[in-house]
Design a binder for this molecule. Structure first.
Ligand code: ZN
Length: 306
């Protein structure tokens, strides 16, 4: 049994229209699902990914209109790294982000910047055999496009306290000091700890809520048992309609989820029009007439697609 790298990363936005503009238009990801927060259906849960809405490329945002900015601290993911295919893509992105007024820093083989709400992002040239997960965007050449997740970086006060749980509970392989890789048969993802700042973390706009790791659909229950045996307290299996999920905290305090690969985003709308209409899981469908008028209007950043 192996987990297949990162499934999705879920973050918080106070500004859904600005979020769509940045992730779909500027970064060129596809808004593959426009749905509601299943714990509060009056606000959005937005999903951006590659063209097919694949696990491994899926960054998602809970919308909390007007929530103040948070800051990452111990027990929180503080930075998300996406893959690029080649060094030349770094120049393309430095120029594109610069033209949008986004400040970038060039590191070795990578470009670092923040989204409009202060969430730290990185684009990195990474040599892995995983299939590139790419979205079509009119003004981003395919060879420069974002190819899915590489890694997430979290703050911890005691990374070594997480080692046994990560390795024996979830099958991570150590890859260096405070760095692990979770690699399955098809994809992998890395998890890295940095020294936590003194200041306490605070959830809010521009922070990461949780990171989900990808489970083959028929193995979630077995993983849930392994997680419990390794000392964590997993939730019961929750049906999120697009996938099934189990949540727990790893020893450093970071909220982890295990999510099934599938049924996926085409379960309630066709691939061609993913994300265009508000999708409501069946148990929320009866609320459609009430919800549509109260949800924040979003820009259409892909008007010329069909
Ligand atoms: Zn999730």
């Amino acid at each position: 049994m192996k987990l297949e790298g990162i499934h999705h990363v879920t973050c918080i936005t106070a500004d859904a229209p600005g979020n769509v503009d940045f992730y779909a238009r500027v970064l060129g990801l596809r808004l593959v699902k426009k749905t509601v927060n299943q714990d509060d259906p009056t606000v959005y849960h937005l999903f951006y990914a590659d063209e097919r809405g694949s696990a491994g490329a899926d960054i998602t945002f809970f919308e909390y209109p007007g929530i103040p900015r948070g800051r990452a601290g111990a027990g929180m993911v503080h930075s998300i790294t996406f893959r690029l295919g080649a060094e030349t893509a770094l120049d393309f992105w430095a120029e594109r982000l610069g033209a949008e007024g986004v400040e970038t820093e060039r590191a070795d083989g990578a470009l670092q910047f923040s989204d409009p709400e202060g969430l730290r992002l990185e684009l990195a040239v990474v040599d892995v055999p995983d299939e590139p997960l790419v979205a079509d965007s009119p003004d981003i050449p395919r060879e420069h496009a974002i190819q899915g997740f590489d890694s997430v970086r979290a703050y911890s006060r005691a990374p070594s306290a997480s080692a046994a749980f990560l390795e024996q509970g979830l099958g991570f392989q150590p890859r260096g000091e405070n760095e692990w890789e979770l690699r399955g048969d098809r994809r992998g993802g890395r998890y890295v700890y940095d020294e936590a700042p003194e200041e306490r973390g605070l959830g809010g706009a521009g922070t990461v809520h949780h990171v989900a790791w990808a489970s083959p659909p028929d193995e979630l229950d077995e993983w849930r048992h392994r997680v419990a045996a390794a000392g964590a307290s997993p939730t019961p299996e929750i049906d999120r309609f697009y996938f099934k999920s189990v949540y727990f905290r790893e020893p450093s305090g970071v909220l982890f989820e295990l999510a099934t690969i599938g049924p996926g985003f085409t379960t309630d709308e066709p691939l061609e029009t993913l994300g265009e209409r508000l999708s409501l899981p069946p148990r929320f469908e009866h609320l459609r007439d009430e919800l549509e008028p109260v949800l924040t209007p979003l820009p259409d950043v892909r008007p010329a697609r069909r």
